[in-house]
Design a protein around this ligand. Structure first.
Ligand code: M6R
Length: 592
């Protein structure tokens, strides 16, 4: 939530900051702004709305500044107005701050500062940081930041510049992500790697409690006591093409099409690192999987594989529920946290809590060096590349790959089971080749207000995922249900207006699914099905049929999810909605 960037170097800062903000816009898009230091003065330009509104406001303004900071906001404290947009400044307009996260004690700090006569211009928690730094400034920005940070409580990352030291940007990390990009004669700060990819692949990932002090020719890292810290420089494997649309209308569509590669790369990564995995699931009495949203749905699919291949009982729990639960956890449990971003605060805190309760923790994360990646006892990386669309797609199938491999590794049939993954990319390609059929189906349902998604056994989580995809990008109400549960309530919703998307590959519950379809038809519901190509029985019962290639039961979730991603995509796109940046959402959720 919220993206922050900073630049100091020999080039014009404004275009660099705007480009970086565009690549970070997936983190929040309620407002955007920049602060620049030009001829000893602080210039602040900020605007409610998306970055294009800021760009419009900047037309014709030819700023020559070579140091600056920028922000794209997902509002927490204060409405998304121009005033509440970042950067925020001190009263004299000498210090500017951009911030991601929450200052939990900001009310108390605000009252203290007000008593000292400080006048506030915004409703945000961020503004206190600018005033505190100004108040503590005695000629050295680093010292002023160290003093200000002592007063702050919460999870945050921020960047600050001042007119007094025009070639310096300071960044602070405590709970929210912040990286440093190392250039030649220029250095960068950003919430995430895609922001800086056009300029450098050399990255320092800051840890909590660290401060980065940047000039064009130097980067120094300190702890909150001002002591220098030595850090490793990482070369990111991500490239710019991965963070661009490459001719696709939306990132989401591009990322749906990248799934064969995401699965293959994740599989290869797993195989080459398998020997370093320091645990066996079978050595534990129980596996707990903790995650949110789409990652939670991947965990639900993982449960079926782990229970089937490893024979260990699995519980899948929403991270936000686990942290405050009384669920008994001990060193007999292994806890897996799944997170694309590796920054989701609910998942991070839940894993910390599991660790404190004695469990061995494992992360399945896509972003190397992210908070969760470093929090857990051991990490397994998905290799999906950067995912920019807010709706998770390729990272979901990559997470499935990691979970499948992790479970298969425990089986007596390890080799045979792992080998099966090699055929998944081609099967996904075949499924994608039918995208036009799904597009035609989508056109019939643009005006629907509600959808039901039904699945059983290993495809029940895919029903949940299909419904989540539809609601988050098309704003159409959709519910996923285990098909067998329909008769216990949701069946009351079915009439001639209700599309019911059923997932019915020929697996152990196929016959049961056919019976559930009959129950829907008897109530005049409209059946849209996902099933194996050539399944005439299913096709005849369905108003619309979306086919996937025939495959064995355990692999079906890799395929059944694809038409559902496409269906959601085409519906939202044809409704003219902002597919990549749906309202109220942000890609990385760093608030509880
Ligand atoms: O980065 P994470 O995997 O931890 O994110 C978890 C959820 O916020 C995420 O999956 C969310 O539900 C997606 N927008 C769904 O498409």
């Amino acid at each position: 939530m919220c993206g922050i960037v900073g630049y100091t170097g020999r080039d014009l800062a404004l275009p660099i900051l705007l480009g970086a903000l565009e690549r970070l816009e997936y983190r929040g898009y309620d407002s955007a702004g920049v602060a620049l230091i030009e001829n000893g003065k602080l210039i602040v330009e900020k605007k409610a709305g998306k970055i294009r509104e800021l760009v419009r406001a900047l037309w014709g303004k030819n700023y020559k500044a070579k140091t600056g900071i920028g922000h794209t906001r997902w509002a927490t404290h204060g409405k998304p107005t121009d005033e509440n947009a970042h950067p925020h400044t001190d009263e004299k307009g000498e210090f500017a701050v951009v911030h991601n996260g929450i200052i939990e004690n900001y009310i108390e700090l605000r009252e203290e500062l007000k008593k000292e006569g400080v006048k506030f211009k915004s409703d945000t928690d961020t503004e206190v940081i600018a005033h505190l730094i100004a108040k503590n400034y005695k000629g050295d920005l680093l010292q002023a930041v160290i003093e200000a940070v002592k007063k702050l409580k919460g999870a945050f990352a921020f960047a600050v510049i001042t007119v007094h030291e025009p070639n310096r940007v300071i960044g602070v990390k405590n709970g929210s992500p912040l990286i440093v990009g190392l250039g030649q004669g220029e250095n960068f700060l950003a919430s995430d790697i895609p922001a800086i990819l056009p300029y450098t692949k050399k990255v320092i990932v800051l840890d909590d409690g660290e401060i980065a002090d940047l000039t064009p020719d130097s980067v120094n890292i300190y702890n909150f006591n001002g002591e220098p810290v030595t850090k490793d420089v990482m070369i990111t494997p991500w490239d710019l093409v991965a963070a661009e649309k490459s001719g696709f209308k939306h990132f989401m569509l591009k990322e749906i099409y990248e799934q064969p590669k995401a699965v293959l790369d994740t599989y290869k990564g797993f195989i080459s690192n398998e020997e370093t995995i320091p645990f066996w699931l079978k050595d534990y009495r129980r596996i707990l999987i903790i995650a949110c949203g789409t990652s939670y749905h991947a965990g639900l699919v993982g449960k079926y594989w782990i229970e089937r291949f490893a024979g260990v009982p699995v519980e899948v729990i929403y991270a936000s529920e686990f942290r405050y639960s009384d669920t008994p956890v001990s060193d007999k449990d292994l806890v897996i946290g799944i997170s694309q971003s590796g920054e989701t605060i609910d998942t991070k805190f839940a894993l910390q809590s599991a660790k404190e309760r004695g469990a061995f923790t494992v992360g399945i994360v896509n972003v190397v060096g992210s908070a969760i990646d470093r929090e857990v006892d051991f990490s397994i990386h998905t290799h999906a590349g950067p995912e920019i669309g807010v709706a998770a797609t390729k990272t979901f199938t990559a997470q499935l790959t990691s979970l499948y491999c992790l479970a298969a590794r425990e089986s007596n049939e390890r080799e045979e089971l792992l080998k099966k993954v090699e055929k998944i990319p081609a099967l996904i390609e075949k499924t994608l080749a039918k995208a036009e059929d799904v597009e035609k189906v989508s056109e019939k349902y643009l005006k629907k207000k509600d959808f039901l998604y039904l699945g059983r056994y290993i495809n029940f989580p895919i029903a949940l995922e299909g419904a989540l995809k539809l609601k988050e990008i098309s704003y159409i109400h959709a519910e996923g249900y285990p098909a067998g549960e329909m008769k216990h309530g949701p069946i009351a919703l079915i009439d001639e207006n209700m599309p019911v998307t059923v997932i019915a590959p020929k697996d152990r519950v196929y016959e049961k699914m056919l019976s559930n379809i009959e129950e829907v038809l008897a109530r005049k519901g409209i059946v849209i099905s996902v099933g194996f190509e050539g399944d005439k029985v299913l096709k005849e019962k369905s108003a619309d049929f979306m086919e996937i290639p025939e495959t064995e039961e355990v692999l079906t979730p890799f395929l059944t999810v694809v038409p559902l991603q496409l269906l959601a995509y085409f519906i939202a796109s044809k409704l003219g909605l902002d597919v990549d940046q749906p309202r109220n959402l942000a890609k990385t959720v760093t608030v509880e």
